[in-house]
Every structure is written in structure tokens, then in C-alpha cells.
Design a protein around this ligand. Sequence first.
Ligand SMILES: Nc1ncnc2c1ncn2[C@@H]1O[C@H](COP(=O)(O)OP(=O)(O)OP(=O)(O)O)[C@@H](O)[C@H]1O
Ligand SMILES: [Mg+2]
Length: 157
Amino acid sequence: MITFDAVHKRFANGTTAVDDLTLEMPEGGITVLVGSSGCGKTTTLRMINRMVDPTSGTIRVAGQDILEADAAELRRGIGYVIQQSGLFPHRTVLDNIATVPLLLGWGRKKARARASELLETVGLTADAGRRYPHQLPAASSSASVSRGRWRRIRPYC
Ligand SMILES: Nc1ncnc2c1ncn2[C@@H]1O[C@H](COP(=O)(O)OP(=O)(O)OP(=O)(O)O)[C@@H](O)[C@H]1O
Ligand SMILES: [Mg+2]
């Protein structure tokens, strides 16, 4: 469970991005933030992993105040969709997926095995895992592979 209690974020330039947000995101459920551009969705997410610190209020992950957690450990415990410019260009798709498990000290073999499992779960082949990000065709220019299939690989990296 992730909870926000009267969270407020005001940036140094005076912009209030999040104003008094109180919210519960229940464990095991899917919570979706919907709102107009600039309403504060990204800022809200970035506060959960401490990329942005709230000006006031309290955020808890599994009961722990995130300001009392070690920031690196907190981030490693949170799944994050990395795509396009966020991918490591010198690593294959498989190794991009294995990045956080490696940081957690899993060891290369176990991390790659889990990354392969995840590729398979979303219907992608080992061939996709061996490619580098620049070798992934643009979703609209894929010749031999369906567009939907390539669109899937990008978010899951
Ligand atoms: N680093 C920053 N410094 C100053 N203002 C910022 C900063 N980051 C975001 N903002 C401002 O805070 C407000 C909320 O931005 P945010 O990016 O959280 O909105 P959003 O809901 O994710 O928008 P979008 O739907 O366009 O992605 C906006 O007015 C934005 O310009
Ligand atoms: Mg946004």
C-alpha cells in the first residue's frame, strides 16, 4: 500500500504542482492517475521514489515514511517502466531488463534467466532480447514483425 497524506509540492520557481493530495493506493490493485496536462501526475509519481521531495505532507510505502528510507534501496524496490532514451544503449534488451536485479546482487545468470522469463511472459522471443535498443525498429517501420509486438518491447525494457 502506498499512501499520501496531505502532500504538497511547490517548486523553487513558485509553481504548485501538487496541492494537498491525500490518497491510498491499495496493495494488489491498480491505481491510475488521470488528469489534464500539468495537473501533477508525474510529480506525484516522482515523489514516491524521491526523485522529487515533497514540500510538506507524508508519503508511506508499505507503512514506512519514505523520507526515513534509504533512497537507493527505496528505488530498487519500485518497478519502473524505462523506455527509449531511458534504456542503456550499450546493453542488450535482456541486460536492460536485468539491470535492477543485477544491482540487487542477484548474479548475472539468475538475473538473465528472470529477464528471459519476463520477455516470454509478454510474448517476445529470445531474439528480441539479444538486440540493442538502436536495433529495435520504430513501431511504425517494422517490416517483418507486427507493429504491436515491437511496441510491447519498448515499454517492457
Ligand atoms: N522541475 C520543475 N520545476 C518547476 N515546475 C515544474 C517542474 N516539474 C514540473 N513542474 C510544473 O509542475 C506542474 C505539474 O507538472 P507535471 O509534470 O507533474 O504534470 P503532469 O500531470 O505529469 O503533466 P503531463 O500530462 O503533461 O505529463 C506543471 O505546471 C509543470 O510545469
Ligand atoms: Mg507527466
